[in-house]
Design a protein around this ligand. Structure first.
Ligand SMILES: [Mg+2]
Length: 375
């Protein structure tokens, strides 16, 4: 097997049409969401695909991610051996700081190439499958709550979904309590309900408001206050019986070390778009596991490529044990870019088993949502 060389990197800035509105503590999304899709070509005829799923109010802008790849990461990649993923991750960190979602997209495409070259799924490359199916959590985040109740009934009846994460803190506390009551009444008694504030509360009255929410027995409460309000996160974590999860407060391995040191949450949400890819996400999971902190598989607004990468990650990472929200490509995105969509069966997402990411991209579909193509 001779060396492969990267010959070209194509960057698509895309606008995803959305099938439903989304409202989170940190921001609203109407009918479209910017994103980035990349294709890395090699002289061996193998190409890999990757996706960055930034959100302006959370991780940064899609325009910045696309520029980071085209201007700063591409020069590192052209001519390099795509199988040397570890070396290229370090070279990318030297070329540009931050931009975790851009680096996640590149790493995804490199692992896709490596897996196709070796005839192995990405989950095998990173240590082997611990799980074939991942319990699916669906988020209740539509400002039209009646639409969301219909959505919940549909995913229960047609997809066997049993885990629901309610987005709170974007409306009044009284309205949140009313939504929790109605949701609890509409869902089966066995439903596993979680709550995510997306930084929506102020520290001064957070504990009092969260005690009301605890009455609904959520499995966990995610990111009640702002990302940098870690002292308040720690106080809330100590005051509540319900486990508190850090999402925005923990992006990468260095912040995971701070979580272990300062114990400002009981649990952590791991996302490849926050950590800067699968390897860094596994480092976050390992740091957490060593400290007895269990993890959850989070996502941004991700299409099928990023969801496939997430499935391989969670499949091979035992400590990401609280299920994963791999629902966006199936239920939120208004376009399917995979020739064979991500499969959901009996409330679980199925890990693709082909080589690389194990998915095939519909290139026409990618072109249709592209607003700019570079390379
Ligand atoms: Mg969250």
């Amino acid at each position: 097997m001779g060396d492969l060389r990267i010959t070209d990197v194509t960057v698509h800035l895309v606008a995803w049409p959305l099938r439903m509105k989304r409202r989170h503590g940190v921001g609203d999304i109407e009918r479209s969401m910017p994103g980035v899709i990349i294709r890395i070509g090699t002289d061996g005829g193998i190409a890999g695909w990757g996706e960055a799923a930034p959100w302006a109010v959370f991780t940064g802008t899609a325009e910045a991610s696309a520029a980071a790849i085209s201007r700063y990461l591409k020069p590192v990649l052209i001519g390099a051996d795509p199988m040397r993923v570890t070396t290229l991750l370090r070279a990318m960190d030297k070329a540009v700081t931050g931009h975790g979602d851009a680096k996640a997209a590149v790493e995804m495409a490199l692992l896709d190439i490596a897996g196709k070259r070796l005839g192995a799924p990405v989950s095998t490359l990173i240590g082997g499958r611990h799980r074939e199916r991942i319990p699916l959590s669906v988020s209740i985040a539509n400002p039209d709550f009646e639409e969301d109740l219909d959505f919940a009934r549909d995913v229960i009846a047609n997809h066997g979904v049993n885990i629901f994460k309610v987005k709170t803190g974007f409306t009044s506390h009284a309205e949140d309590l009313r939504r929790m009551e109605r949701l609890k009444a509409a869902l089966p008694a066995t439903a596993d309900i979680r709550v995510d504030y997306n930084q929506g509360l102020d520290p001064w009255d957070a504990i009092r408001l969260l005690r009301d929410i605890e009455a609904f027995k959520p499995t966990f409460i995610e990111q009640p206050v702002k990302r940098h309000q870690r002292a308040a996160m720690a106080e809330i974590t100590r005051a509540l019986d319900t486990p508190v999860m850090a999402d925005e407060s923990v992006f990468d391995p260095a912040e995971a070390v701070e979580l272990v040191r300062d114990r400002f949450a009981d649990l952590v949400s791991i996302k490849i778009m926050k950590s800067g890819g699968i390897h860094r996400a596994r480092e976050v999971a390992a740091i957490a596991e060593a400290a007895g902190i269990t993890a959850y598989g989070g996502t941004m607004f991700e299409a099928g490529l990023a969801i496939a990468a997430g499935l391989h990650l969670v499949s091979a990472t035992p400590n990401i044990a609280l299920g994963a929200e791999f629902y966006t490509s199936t239920f939120v995105m208004g376009v399917e870019i995979l020739s064979t969509p991500i499969r959901i069966e009996a409330g679980e997402t199925i890990v693709p088993d082909g080589p690389g990411l194990g998915v095939e991209v519909d290139e026409d579909a990618v072109r249709r949502v592209s607003v700019a193509i570079e390379g």
